[in-house]
Design a protein around this ligand. Structure first.
Ligand SMILES: NC(=O)c1ccc[n+]([C@@H]2O[C@H](COP(=O)([O-])OP(=O)(O)OC[C@H]3O[C@@H](n4cnc5c(N)ncnc54)[C@H](OP(=O)(O)O)[C@@H]3O)[C@@H](O)[C@H]2O)c1
Length: 344
């Protein structure tokens, strides 16, 4: 690529992908908060197989949005609650030909970006977990998976998506292009309903997956999500190797059976934490819960239904976001009891 790639919101995902794009030979500008600037010369990405990458020579870290002027492609990697503000800033500075790629969780981000930026927005997901270590200087992948984006509506978007695919491949990172990206977003949202369960209970992904009570809570959230997304015409795609409809059934089984038939699912790095829990722990204030479990609650209401498991999880996380440390997380058995009572 002869023009720059920008990243708006270089935290865990933006930093990880940005380091790879830079290592793949692109000229990359990462926009983040002031604290990002402390990582100049130190930023690294470590993949799940242990491979550690340093960026290439052409990497700029900045906290000035103006630095994204002139980029050919800008990845949007802010949390969903910051998408509308990011879109407004981008509309003011980005070149008319710039293509935007959302690598965010939730089903509404690309639509919100398009409202401000027009059809030149491609939706995408990252199917794995990244945590920030060493104060944010090391961006570590803790689960396996891929990046998936749409192919884009017009020739410029298609060219941009292919450039990202090639550049990331040079750095050893897979990007899959799909023409059913709306179904992929829905499939990712169903999986992401675990974020709220982890955040409400304060448990890591590994602990959540090994707790029968928390798996049960996740399964109830997934059941509601699958039903309402399908009713809304967005049948969730299978993105983790098990059909979306099968997963809630598997999750309710005893630990030794789950380990046997979905071993990869529960074999998670003990350090892996949902990004919603990471936000609570950093006392970041707002979390992404409204765009995850909260999105299922809203979608259900739109169809004259209720999604009680997702309602409880959303309420608990919103309450936790208002607390000061130490946060009063809800124990697994208590969370299950509350979800169970709400579903009766
Ligand atoms: N982390 C994961 O494992 C993971 C995996 C798959 C998908 N995702 C999704 O990817 C998206 C990004 O998640 P993440 O974990 O990478 O979030 P993150 O670590 O919080 O990164 C987002 C960064 O953007 C910054 N930011 C927000 N608005 C900004 C602005 N106007 N100017 C400059 N910087 C701004 C944030 O700073 P402040 O925090 O100071 O606002 C934060 O540093 C989310 O939708 C998430 O659900 C995350």
């Amino acid at each position: 690529m002869n023009r720059r790639i920008g990243v708006f919101g270089a935290g865990a995902i933006g930093g990880f992908v940005g380091v790879h794009l830079s290592a793949g030979g692109a000229d990359v500008t990462l926009l983040g908060r002031r604290s990002l600037l402390e990582h100049r010369g130190r930023l690294r990405a470590r993949r799940v197989d242990g491979t550690e990458l340093a960026p290439g020579d052409a990497l700029t870290l900045t906290d000035d949005p103006e630095a994204l002027r002139g980029c050919a492609v800008i990845l949007v990697t802010v949390k969903s609650q910051d998408t509308v503000a990011a879109a407004q800033q981008l509309a003011a500075i980005a070149d008319p030909d710039c293509v935007f790629v959302s690598l965010q969780n939730g089903i509404d981000n690309a639509r919100e970006l398009r409202a401000a930026l027009g059809p030149r927005v491609i939706a995408g997901i990252v199917s794995y977990n990244i945590i920030r270590e060493q104060g944010g200087a090391l961006l570590r992948q803790t689960t396996s998976g891929t990046i998936i984006t749409g192919v884009g509506a017009g020739p410029k978007q298609v060219a941009a998506a292919r450039t990202l695919e090639r550049t990331l491949a040079r750095a050893g990172l897979e990007l899959e292009l799909r023409d059913d990206i709306d179904r992929v977003l829905a499939g990712k949202l169903v999986i992401n309903l675990i974020n709220g369960v982890c955040a409400a209970s304060g448990r890591s992904l590994a602990t959540t997956l090994r707790s029968r009570d928390l798996r049960w809570c996740w399964a109830q959230c997934m059941r509601e999500g699958l039903e309402v997304l399908t009713r809304d015409g967005r049948e969730p795609a299978n993105i983790i190797g098990l059909p979306a409809w099968l997963l809630p059934r598997v999750l309710g089984l005893p630990n030794f059976i789950v380990t046997r038939i979905a071993g990869r699912l529960v074999e998670v790095d003990p350090a892996a934490r949902s990004s919603t829990l990471q936000d609570l722990e950093r006392a970041a204030g707002a979390t992404e819960i409204d765009a995850l479990n909260g999105a299922i609650v809203r979608l259900a209401r739109r169809h004259g239904q209720r999604a009680p498991a997702n309602e409880i999880i959303t309420d608990v996380v919103q309450e936790l976001a208002k607390q000061r440390p130490p946060l009063r997380f809800v124990a697994p058995a208590e969370l299950r009891a509350r979800v169970s009572a709400a579903r009766r």
